[in-house]
Design a protein around this ligand. Sequence first.
Ligand SMILES: [Zn+2]
Length: 82
Amino acid sequence: MPELRCRVCKKLTRPGEEFFPFCSKRCKMVDLGAWVDERYRICGFPLLPPEEAARSVRKDDIDPEATGDLPAASPAPEDAPR
Ligand SMILES: [Zn+2]
């Protein structure tokens, strides 16, 4: 039987232990956190948050003249160069 060691602190662990393959809950959480962090770094973040992405898709489906119930996105008069 090969020796199994905690991936975080390298302490020996045995199958059947509560937090196997980690030696303790703390090490399990450390490894889980590291894995999640790694995954986020690999995938990166979407250019737009989900809400923004959904809104930009929906914009194409809606007739501009039929969006009277949505707040107008026109800039303030001071910002419009004339
Ligand atoms: Zn450990």
